[in-house]
Design a binder for this molecule. Sequence first.
Ligand code: FAD
Length: 410
Amino acid sequence: MRICIIGGGLTGLAAAHMLAGEHEIHLFEKMPYLGGCLSSYNVNGYWIERYYHHCFSGDNHLFALMRELGIHESLEWRTGTTGYYSGGTVYPLNTPAEIIRYPELSLLGKARLGLLTLTAKKTDLAALDDIPAERYIIDHLGDNVYTSFFEPLLKSKFGDRRKEVSAAWLFSRIAIRSDRGVSGERLGYLNGGFQRLIDSLEKSIEKNGGIIGKGTPVTSLTRTGEKWAVNHTTYDAVLSTIPPQVLQKAGGPAIPPIPYQGAACVTLAIDRDVTHGIYWLNMKDRAPYGAVVSHTNFIPRERYGEHIIYLASYFSGNLPANADRVMIDDFCTRFSVAPAEIRWHRVAVDPFAGPVYTTGYKSLIPSYEQQGLYMAGMFSRTNYPERSMEGSVRAGREAAACISGGNIHG
Ligand SMILES: Cc1cc2nc3c(=O)[nH]c(=O)nc-3n(C[C@H](O)[C@H](O)[C@H](O)COP(=O)(O)OP(=O)(O)OC[C@H]3O[C@@H](n4cnc5c(N)ncnc54)[C@H](O)[C@@H]3O)c2cc1C
């Protein structure tokens, strides 16, 4: 079959990798580089992700793909530490002693939080899809646990839309993030960066005869009989991995829109650590970013020769003007960094950086086949109720199986 794949992110590449060789693959990516949300910058001779990334111990489809590509040996496991920034102070929150010392949470709040963490994995998520996370936490654990612990976390992931997020998202997040040791969370990273995964996929697809068009946006979709034409060329099958509402604008099927949010992420390098050795610092204080992610408190700084820090923020609608300047200025003031200390910085903005898992989201998830066209990506059921590399690899592989005549819930 002649198959068109729209989008060169992880979903599109995983699908193309599976289908190439047996089928004629044409993949179109609008950007001049591959990887989408998992793409990287090349700075000073090393690769660093545009958006902070790590993987989790249960990411079995991702690991299987890495094994197929022969890069699994480069997967390394490290400790990712967490902290909260509150009242101008950095509080590490990893060991039981640090949690007991955290002054923002009452003793009762800490006990309730501990209990919730222990039971999260056994909770029925479907029953929580219609309940707002905020209401659930306030009703079951109290105001103090919400404002001192969960609100900063929700803010770091959903910005101003945090009140719409369902308890199903919150519980799934607690469940996947409970692989903890005594000093922090066990998280994975590919030595050399996740760019190695993207490069290996590109090589494998091309080796098997697939054609990858970078800098080639899909702007037109039309249906003729049973088949779809992409940019005026007709294919036997089309798999789109871009947001359904974006596809619809080009002529794709009309389905209910998925609630999406944008991400704006500043990556910068300085000479020193400013988050007290913490990898992921949630901002409880009001700031123009929800988290400060110090990549080099997770992966050794020696690999890069400098400290790499992300300022992470999410937005809905339009990104405020000069958002990057506002973020950098705030970071410099708050963490006592002189602007001249910043060796370089880059800004990544993606208006469709991930779904907002609002209450009732589950009913919006589209099946892989819609009016004779295949759709898979961050909006697929494998990415519910949290989008991830694992969910996108699975979505790509399951949609590819549907196209090849497999029987995975078309
Ligand atoms: C800030 C951030 C942090 C993250 N951190 C983690 C993490 O730590 N761990 C984890 O597991 N996951 C993480 N993720 C999620 C993970 O990156 C995604 O689930 C995955 O990369 C999504 O891949 P995708 O192919 O489904 O979508 P995308 O990466 O969005 O790919 C879609 C592709 O389609 C292209 N495209 C769009 N329109 C067109 C068009 N008209 N024509 C052609 N091409 C088009 C886009 O340019 C893009 O390359 C993070 C995501 C973000 C945004």
